[in-house]
Design a binder for this molecule. Structure first.
Ligand code: SIN
Ligand code: MN
Length: 203
């Protein structure tokens, strides 16, 4: 990890290529171990819509959604506790978050060529003084950031493999999402696609 001065995107800090190609490979391998224990699943929103990303988690809590709503759960939908959070992931949190607490949740989202994520706020956590740290791996993705309420002007930035975004302080509750992924823009994942890892303090 070579920490350089981050870009500012409406108060979010964007560390371009924080992770070296070697670190990215190691992280993918650690995430594959997690997925082997806690398989990716297609989440269904409370409105009954299937999200286009597939997801799983590591750590004390995982984020899930189903007919009962959006929430953190100590168990995978299959009933088992989530696997431990990989150390290589918590190291990124220590390096960039500036947080006083350790992350309790590591959400892993997999985007295929068609997947996207609508504009939303991260607000299922208890303590908004703790940041969200987001790691991008694999194909590039167009990240859009808006405001604290729906609507208004937005700004976009392509996130590439190894980039890390810290959403903290005044940017913690900004609307954000992924418009699209650029297939074939990275060779990190043999079958293509993008992984986004988000680390959060939940309780
Ligand atoms: C998210 O906000 O949950 C995902 C952001 C990303 O995929 O970069
Ligand atoms: Mn989010």
């Amino acid at each position: 990890m070579q920490k350089s001065v981050p870009l500012d995107l409406r108060g979010m800090q964007v560390f371009k290529e924080l992770l070296t190609p070697e670190e990215q490979k190691l992280m993918v391998s650690a995430l594959r171990d997690v997925v082997r224990e806690a398989p990716l699943f297609h989440p269904i929103t409370p409105m009954g819509k299937r999200m286009s990303v597939r997801m799983t988690s590591a750590g004390r809590f995982g984020w899930i959604t189903d007919a009962k709503g959006y929430r953190y759960s100590p168990t995978h939908p299959d009933g088992q506790a989530w696997p431990a959070m990989p150390e290589i992931v918590t190291k990124v949190w220590s390096e960039v978050s500036g947080a006083t607490r350790a992350p309790e949740s590591c959400l892993i989202n997999f985007y295929d060529a068609e997947a996207k994520m609508g504009l939303h706020q991260d607000r299922d956590e208890q303590d908004f003084s703790q940041p969200v740290v987001s790691i991008s791996l694999g194909d590039e993705a167009l990240f859009r950031v808006g405001n604290e309420t729906r609507g208004g002007k937005t700004e976009s930035l392509w996130l590439s493999s190894g980039d890390v975004v810290v959403m903290g302080g005044a940017s913690r509750l900004l609307y954000h999402g992924i418009d699209r992924v650029k297939p074939g823009s990275s060779g990190l994942l043999p079958k293509g696609g993008r992984i986004n890892v988000t680390l959060r303090v939940v309780s």
